[in-house]
Design a protein around this ligand. Sequence first.
Ligand SMILES: Nc1ncnc2c1ncn2[C@@H]1O[C@H](COP(=O)(O)OP(=O)(O)OP(=O)(O)O)[C@@H](O)[C@H]1O
Length: 328
Amino acid sequence: MTENEPAIRVRGLRKTYGALTAVDGIDLDVHRGETFALLGPNGAGKSTTIEILEGYRTRTSGEVAVLGVDPARGDLDWKARLGIVLQSTAEAAQMTVREQLAHFAHFYPDPRPVDEVIEAVGLTAKAKTRIGKLSGGQRRRVDVALGIIGRPELVFLDEPTTGFDPEARREFWQLIERLKREGTTILLTTHYLDEAARLGDRAGVILGGRLVALGAIDELGGREARVPIVRWRDAAGVRHEQRTERPAELVAAVVAAIGGEPAELEVIRPSLEDVYLELVGAAAGAESEPEASEPPEPEASADPEASEPPEPEASADPEASDIEGVRA
Ligand SMILES: Nc1ncnc2c1ncn2[C@@H]1O[C@H](COP(=O)(O)OP(=O)(O)OP(=O)(O)O)[C@@H](O)[C@H]1O
């Protein structure tokens, strides 16, 4: 792959499981060295997308290149350039943390030192503990450690901090920031919007298998969505709310008008979470309305089944069950 080629290039990606369309025509580039957050509610199609990129799932149609390689044809050398943290991983319960990491380090040409990785995920005190005896959050840290032990160019993190306590999440953020500084490309899915905002350079929101918003973290949803809101209560007790690009000016004017401190004054800058919830809410509202762009209308055909045309590739799916393949 060339310098300018994105780390991940996706065009028209579709995935159906029998009659269900889980991914419905996604176009996406993730640039080298960037941290991209893929956001969306449960069942939106994030894991399906990520697992296709990792080579763990076949796609129904579309083009995909990950580090210049089609994941459907990725060999072990290609896999060794990736770091993968799946949503859940079955580790060897009988092995200690250090044994497990040392075992996986052997699969890679230039692994990170085992103890350095153990420290980076905050498991130094548990290095000699059997994995079966770790807490859920501690096991998740082992998953993350396994994902980065091979010094990957590109890391896939599928809900990496689920089950972490707040302190562990902060430590994890520091670890990701370190990977970013080293130039690692990161594709992250998370339900924690503060995490996406803190770590992500850009984000995409996926809903019903479609990418409905894409952009820099602080621009997602458009400029309008980010305009600060000023709220206060006037001397008569009436509540006011106003959106303005110049909140300080407005507050100064209100103070001057009231002749003192306004009651219950708040200046709010909508967060990524506010914008995300608005996007998801708007899409849910639009879904209940008829879509002009998506025929057929009832009168378009005499065929009662014409509203759900069977698609050639949507028939028997050989992998409609579980993830195939193993970690590199
Ligand atoms: N192996 C499978 N067989 C059949 N349907 C599947 C399979 N895997 C996922 N699906 C369906 O595809 C859709 C997308 O699922 P996916 O796991 O990609 O969503 P997600 O966005 O990752 O959700 P979550 O946030 O809950 O992890 C869902 O409706 C899910 O039920």
